[in-house]
Design a binder for this molecule. Structure first.
Ligand code: ADP
Ligand code: MG
Length: 253
């Protein structure tokens, strides 16, 4: 999609869990080539929003449009096939397998398998293609040197990059990252920020949930702030940092 085009739009999304309103008429937009942060105190409803956007969960009411298509309730697999890919709050790697194998497995689960792939030759060809694609993504996130190491031997920051490489295998135009900087050392955060900046320059859109304000404010183009399931502010990082409602939400929480 062209730079600046709205690719994801949530319109008045509401999610109830029994009597609890986890998301209350939430609206937000993500544009091609921007990094948008979704922030807010614990329990604000950020993960709930993420789960609905990525198809893991379905809104009680409201609409979600991705590249012009209504996707609410479509399911994670079909939404991923449309070009949206996500990582989860907790790292999930197979620690005894190599970095490359971890990424290739992720690519495989996303891949469409046709009837013909049952034939042995095509399976081998498909395997070779998967490994080639996975290796390219491992290089892309800067893990080329540890490609054949066991994933469990990597530092947390590198495991996060591995997960991003896995998410990139489906060739998304939008990446959803749930707390990608959590628990990382300064150097690891810098490597992550550099990667996201590179992806943005290639036209990727990134939506991230993040608690680390230094990381967010130095990196993102726009910020959406949630509290008690609702959007309480939206704007440029420098404006958000001095917004009274935002300061109140964090200090009063
Ligand atoms: P955040 O990610 O901003 O910390 P969440 O979206 O995880 O917030 O949670 C928002 C609110 O919704 C919380 O009060 C949480 O307890 C509640 N909640 C989230 N998921 C569920 C669920 N599956 N069932 C019941 N309540 C939930
Ligand atoms: Mg959360």
């Amino acid at each position: 999609p062209p730079h600046g085009e709205v690719i994801l739009q949530a319109r008045e999304v509401t999610r109830r869990f029994g009597g609890l309103v986890a998301n209350n008429a939430m609206s937000l937009e993500v544009r091609a080539g921007e990094i948008l942060a979704l922030i807010g105190p614990n329990g604000a409803g950020k993960s709930t929003m993420f789960n609905q956007l990525s198809g893991v969960d379905t809104p009680t009411s409201g609409e979600i449009l991705f590249r012009g298509r209504a996707i609410a309730g479509l399911g994670a697999r079909r939404i991923a096939a449309l070009g949206m890919s996500r990582t989860f709050q907790h790292v999930k790697v197979l620690s005894r397998m190599s970095v490359l194998e971890n990424v290739a497995l992720g690519a495989h689960r996303r891949g469409q398998r046709g009837v013909l792939s049952a034939a042995w030759r095509l399976e081998r060809a498909e395997e070779a293609r998967l490994l080639r694609d996975a290796a390219a993504q491992v290089e892309r996130v800067g893990l080329g040197e540890v490609m054949h190491d066991e994933a469990g031997s990597l530092a947390l920051g590198q495991q996060r990059l591995l997960e991003i490489a896995r998410a990139l295998c489906s060739d998304p135009c939008l990446l959803l990252l749930d707390e990608p900087a959590a628990g990382l050392r300064l150097k690891e955060k810098q490597a992550l920020a550099a990667l996201l900046t590179r992806l943005r320059a290639e036209g990727m859109a990134v939506l991230l949930v993040e608690h680390d304000m230094d990381f967010v404010m130095g990196l993102v183009d726009r910020v959406v702030v949630m509290e008690f399931g609702q959007k309480i502010a939206e704007g440029l990082p420098e404006d958000i940092q001095s917004n009274p409602a935002v300061l109140e939400a964090y200090l009063g929480g």
